[in-house]
Design a protein around this ligand. Structure first.
Ligand code: AMP
Ligand code: ZN
Length: 477
C-alpha cells in the first residue's frame, strides 16, 4: 500500500506522487492575524499537522511553508478602529498564534513568510502579469487580473465560465462565485491605507497587495529561492479557500510560470457549532486560549478533531471534547502501564498486537488520511494490550516492542496526554527511581525502597504496585 490522497482539482483520490521524492513541499494558507485564530481555523491547521507528521512517518522529507497574512481588508479596518498601524495591530495576534500552535503541539512550519515582508516579490509578480498582458491597470488606479485571459480559470472550483462578466471588476478580497469577475492584484492606496502604514511604492502606482496575490508571491519566492522550482507538491487550506482564493492563486502563478502551481490541492471541511460554520462573523467561536484557560489537555483537542475525517464537517460540543479527552487518557494510561512493565528492558520484539496496530494505522492513513479508522485501530490495541497485561501474557521484551510501536503511532497523531509526555526527562527520572526501588525491595532493603517512594511522592509522583510492577502518575493528572 502507498499513500493516496483526495485532490480537489480532479475530485478523485489519487496516488500521492511528489515532484522530487523524498522531498515534499507543502504550502498552507496561514492565519489572517487580524484577531485570535479560532478553533475552526485550528481544525484545518491540525489536519495539516497530521498530514505533515504522517508524511514524515513514511520517511518523506517535508518542507512546509505557512504564511501569515498581515495585511488585508480586515486588518486595515481593525487597525483603523484601534488607531494603530497594521504592524502594531497584528504583532500580538501573530505571537498568540505561535503560542496556540505550541500549546496544541503542532509541528512548526519550516518558514512563516509574512505578507508585509514579501511586498517586493509581490510587486515583481504584478509587473510580470502586466508585462504578459493578463493584468491591467484600471481607471481606479488599481491593477486587476483579466480572468478571461487565463485559459485554466475555474478548473479548481469548477466554474461555468459562461457566467463570466468580462471586464467587470471586484475590489474586495472575498466574493462569491455568482460575483465572478476580474479581481484586484494591487489596490491603489487610499488615505485610510496610508494612515495605518499599508501602502507601498510600485512602478504601477502606490498601493497594497490583494490577499490572493500575497500567497502566490510568497509560495513562488520560497520554492524558487530554495529549490529552483515553481510547483508545490501540496497546497492546503479549508474548503472556503477553494473559491476565490485558491482559484486566483492558480491563475496568478500559472499565468507567469506556465507550470502547475500545485500537484495536489487539499481542503478540509468546517468545524461547525450547532450546524453553522464556526466563524468570527457569526460570533459562535471559541479560541484555543479559552480551552487552555479551562485546563483542557491539548491531546483531547487533537483526539477530538482526528476522530472525524478531514473531509467531513464536524460539530463541536463540550461533551464530545470531554469524551475525546477520556479516550486520550485511556491511551496515556496504557502507555504508562507499558513503561512500567518494560522497566529497564532494552530493545524489544514487537508481538502480534503491535504488528497489527502498525499495519491497520498505515492502511487507514494511506487511504486519504482516514484518521478515524486509524484511531479505531489504536483503541482496539489498547483493549488487547490491557487484557494481555492483566493476564501477564507479555514478556518485558514483547511489551517493549509493542510500546515502541504505540509510541511511533501515537506520535503521528500527537495524542498522548500532555502531563507525562510533556516532560520525557521526568519520565526517565521516575522510571530510574522505580527500577532502583525494585532492586532495593528484591534485596529486602525496605527502608531504602520506602525512602525512594517518599522521594517520588515529594516530586508529586504517585506509585501504584500491581502484579505487573509499579505504575505511576503525576498527582492531579
Ligand atoms: P483565515 O485566518 O480566515 O485566513 O483562515 C485560516 C484557515 O482556517 C483557512 O484555511 C480557512 O479555510 C480555515 N477555516 C476558517 N473557518 C473554519 C472553520 N469553521 N472550520 C475549519 N476551518 C476553517
Ligand atoms: Zn493563501
Amino acid at each position: 500500500m502507498a499513500l493516496r490522497l483526495y485532490n480537489t482539482i480532479t475530485r478523485r483520490i489519487e496516488p500521492f506522487v511528489p515532484l522530487a521524492p523524498p522531498r515534499v513541499t507543502i504550502y498552507t494558507c496561514g492565519p489572517t492575524v487580524w484577531t485570535y485564530a479560532h478553533l475552526g481555523n485550528f481544525r484545518t491547521f491540525l489536519n495539516q499537522d497530521l498530514l505533515r507528521r504522517y508524511l514524515e512517518y513514511l520517511g518523506y522529507d517535508v518542507f512546509q511553508i505557512m504564511n501569515l497574512t498581515d495585511v488585508d481588508d480586515r486588518i486595515i479596518a481593525e487597525a483603523r478602529k484601534a488607531g494603530k498601524t497594521i504592524s502594531e495591530h497584528t504583532q500580538p495576534f501573530a505571537e498568540a498564534f505561535f503560542e496556540d500552535r505550541d500549546y496544541l503541539g503542532m509541528q512548526p512550519a519550516h518558514v512563516y513568510p509574512r505578507a508585509t515582508g514579501a511586498v517586493e516579490s509581490m510587486v515583481r509578480l504584478v509587473q510580470d502579469l502586466l508585462d504578459r498582458g493578463v493584468a491591467y491597470r484600471a481607471e481606479d488606479q488599481s491593477v486587476y487580473f483579466a480572468v478571461e485571459k487565463f485559459e485554466g480559470y475555474g478548473r479548481l472550483s469548477q466554474l461555468d465560465k459562461r457566467e463570466l462578466k468580462v471586464g467587470a471588476r471586484v475590489e474586495s478580497d472575498e466574493y462569491s462565485k455568482e460575483n465572478l469577475r476580474d479581481f484586484a492584484l494591487w489596490k491603489a492606496s487610499t488615505p485610510a491605507d496610508e494612515a495605518v502604514g499599508a501602502a507601498w511604492d510600485a512602478p504601477f502606482g502606490r498601493g497594497r497587495p490583494g490577499w490572493h496575490l500575497e500567497c502566490s508571491a510568497m509560495a513562488l519566492e520560497e520554492l524558487r529561492s530554495r529549490f529552483g522550482i515553481a510547483t508545490l507538491d501540496i497546497h492546503a487550506g479549508g474548503v472556503d479557500l477553494i473559491f476565490p482564493h485558491h482559484e486566483n492563486e492558480i491563475a496568478q502563478s500559472e499565468a507567469v510560470t506556465g507550470q502547475p502551481f500545485s500537484r495536489l490541492w487539499m481542503h478540509g471541511e468546517f468545524l461547525t457549532v450547532e450546524g453553522t460554520k464556526m466563524s468570527k462573523r457569526y460570533g459562535n467561536f471559541l479560541t484555543v486560549r479559552d480551552l487552555r484557560e479551562e485546563g483542557v489537555d491539548p491531546a483531547a483537542v487533537r483526539m477530538l478533531f482526528f476522530q472525524t475525517h478531514y473531509r467531513k464537517q464536524f460539530n463541536f460540543s463540550d461533551a464530545s471534547l470531554a469524551a475525546a479527552g477520556k479516550g486520550a487518557e485511556r491511551i496515556g494510561e496504557l502507555h504508562q502501564r507499558l513503561l512500567a512493565t518494560v522497566g529497564g528492558t532494552l530493545g524489544g520484539e514487537p508481538g502480534e498486537a503491535g504488528a497489527l496496530l502498525e499495519r491497520d494505522v498505515g492502511r487507514a492513513l494511506d487511504e486519504d488520511l482516514n484518521a478515524p479508522n486509524a484511531l479505531a485501530a489504536v483503541s482496539n490495541f489498547v483493549t488487547t494490550a490491557n487484557r494481555a497485561l492483566d493476564g501477564g501474557e507479555w514478556s518485558p521484551a514483547e511489551a517493549a516492542g509493542n510500546l515502541q510501536i504505540l509510541g511511533r503511532v501515537t506520535e503521528v497523531f500527537g495524542i498522548l496526554p500532555r502531563r507525562p509526555a510533556e516532560d520525557p526527562e521526568l519520565a526517565r527520572w521516575v522510571e530510574g527511581k522505580i527500577a532502583e526501588r525494585q532492586k532495593a525491595r528484591s534485596a529486602g532493603d525496605f527502608s531504602s525502597s520506602d525512602a525512594i517512594r517518599d522521594e517520588l511522592a515529594a516530586a508529586g509522583i504517585v506509585l501504584e504496585d500491581t502484579p505487573q510492577g509499579a505504575r505511576w502518575k503525576q498527582r492531579g493528572s
